[in-house]
Design a protein around this ligand. Structure first.
Ligand SMILES: *Cc1c(COP(=O)(O)O)cnc(C)c1O
Length: 383
């Protein structure tokens, strides 16, 4: 394939190691989130090697992919379960995040049918207005769940900084701790997890302002991209280039920077605007909007700038950059949405970098996969 995403597993393991120690120093356990990479088992393994002890994903398919490939740590289902999935969930998953009594009741019944108890974390809505029960309804929900024999509440959690972009604060996360305390007082038992959110809570943790009692964070973006999700700044000592996109140069020509002719709409229905920069050395690489949104890429070559892209052609101004030849490769830095889109694009080849050598992965997605068994946690031989 002419476009590929390379994942440097060594760098990811080092990020995980840093993240785990940073959080452990504040009594916080890290759950590594794999949804950005569609539950790619090699990526999960690299997180575990860095000291992450649990994984989580929002999709059942991704979790099953991890399990099929021998990833044997506890794995949480992060998206509130669908009623239609409960049977499969109780058979495959240790812990799920929940907020609906109807679904929890169905999970309980399904678990009893399979002679087991399913562990749940109750999600509490603290302002971001995505999933979760309102704090004032929390205890009432727990009372109703407490009589169900097939489920056990093992923790509470919240999610901020996603739909509403609400910043985690000592105030909203303080309310999570209040909920935990009222639970523990009412039921005379400790909660195993007080899960204070995702990567967006790291800023508070690093500032030493994460309310005491929070012992768990679910981290995807910051672990994988080495960045503080809120300020988009690199995290100290972490790699921000775990993911790189490569693409082949298919045309090199000198062209005027201004289009010629009457201007209508571009391929995507908007009116393009160009600045007159005279003649340019323009490269076309074999990448387009089918693979990734060009606005989320940055060419790593000094002086290279992206002019635009249609479905299959990405055009760069290379006038002030070092040149290569047709057939050469250009590399791009990627943000969260770019990685996400490239991971799900069947046109982008997935490659992993292990001990500085690149290895192609035959598959991209949970559905297309040729199953390969991991022989053991620390064994890379199967690559
Ligand atoms: C995606 C997700 C996370 C991880 O979010 P990041 O921003 O990638 O750290 C955590 N919890 C839930 C419920 C999620 O859906």
């Amino acid at each position: 394939m002419v476009a590929s995403i390379t994942i440097d597993l060594q760098k990811l393991t080092e990020n995980a190691d840093k993240m785990v120690s940073m959080c452990a120093a504040r009594g916080v356990e890290v759950l590594g989130v794999t949804k950005l990479v569609c539950g790619m088992p090699q990526v999960a393994q690299a997180m575990l090697e860095g000291g992450v002890t649990q994984l989580g994903d929002s999709r059942l398919e991704n979790i099953q992919r991890l399990q099929r490939n021998g990833v044997d740590c506890p794995i949480m289902l992060l998206r509130i379960p669908a009623l239609s999935e409960v049977n499969e969930i109780v058979q495959t998953i240790n812990v799920s995040l929940n907020s609906e009594l109807l679904t929890i009741t169905a999970l309980s019944n399904a678990a009893l049918r399979h002679k087991r108890v399913h562990d749940i974390i109750i999600m509490i809505e603290l302002g971001d207005r995505r999933e979760g029960v309102n704090p004032e309804d929390f205890i009432a929900l727990c009372d109703q769940v407490a009589i169900l024999a097939g489920v056990r509440i093992v923790g509470i959690g919240t999610n901020l900084g996603c739909l509403g972009g609400v910043l985690p604060s000592s105030k909203n996360l303080g309310r999570l701790v209040d909920c935990a305390e009222s639970f523990e007082k009412r039921y005379h038992r400790k909660l195993r997890y007080i899960s204070g959110g995702n990567s967006s809570s790291l800023g508070l943790l690093m500032a030493g302002q994460l309310p005491g009692g929070i012992n768990h964070l679910r981290i995807g973006a910051s672990l994988l991209l080495g960045r503080n999700a809120l300020q988009d700044a690199p995290l100290p000592g972490m790699h921000t280039d775990v993911f790189r996109l490569q693409s082949e140069v298919i045309e090199i020509k000198k062209k005027p920077s201004m289009p010629e002719g009457e201007i209508g709409l571009d391929a995507f229905g908007s009116k393009p605007v160009f600045e007159n920069k005279g003649m340019q050395t323009r490269y076309i690489v074999s990448l387009g909007r089918l693979d990734v949104n060009p606005a989320e890429l940055r060419a790593t070559e000094h002086g290279a700038t992206i002019i635009g892209a249609s479905s299959d052609h990405l055009v760069l101004d290379m006038t002030h950059a070092q040149s290569c030849q047709v057939g050469g490769q250009l590399e791009f830095d990627m943000g969260y949405p770019a990685v996400l889109q490239a991971m799900i694009s069947p046109y982008v080849k997935k490659r992993i970098l292990v001990n500085r050598s690149q290895i192609d992965c035959s598959d991209a997605m949970p559905f297309q996969e040729v199953t390969q068994l991991l022989s053991s946690k620390r064994n890379h031989a199967f690559y």
